[in-house]
Design a protein around this ligand. Sequence first.
Ligand code: DAT
Length: 185
Amino acid sequence: MSSDDSTPPPTSPARTSPNILITGTPGTGKTTAAGMVADAAGLELVTVGDLIKQRNLHDGYDEEFDTYWLNEDKVVDEMEEMMAGGGMCIDFHTCGFFPERWFDLVVVLRADTQQVYDRLKSRGYKQNKIEENLECEIMQVVADDARESYKSEIILELTSNTVEEMESNVEKIVAFISEFRSSHQ
Ligand code: DAT
């Protein structure tokens, strides 16, 4: 064996617990699933939308769409240190700007447009914001972003229309985490 064989590639840092990204259009169930995964597997949960508001990682507020203008550089700088040790469960509705090296599994949640509509409506979203998100789900914007940004082997696309699907999704993700931990000790 040459000495090079023992050097891990720079894209595979020696994490003993994985970093998981749970992404998808708003209303697909990310925050619910991420909370369940973090609880069940003992990962630290970061809801990036909350982090952006709490630490001002934005470029102001967009009145029309009732949202903050994301400052990607500020978010990445803020999260870099917390991602370094592994064991993080990240929840955000867009994904391509995160460094590829951060994640061991990228879960893209999908839901039928009727489900997304009902969930966003009951959250009190304005009509234009609901429509924008429905179009995003129909056009598979987040799934395409994930495919362009991460290796296909680490992407898991899961539907989340029912509570049963959500529970089964959480089980799959938790199984991945257990497997990762036993093979990275
Ligand atoms: P997101 O974080 O993607 O915006 P959420 O986790 O806040 O979505 O879920 C929005 C609402 O829908 C919330 O009331 C929980 C519910 N929900 C999420 N996933 C579901 C599922 N698979 N089945 C039934 N309800 C679900």
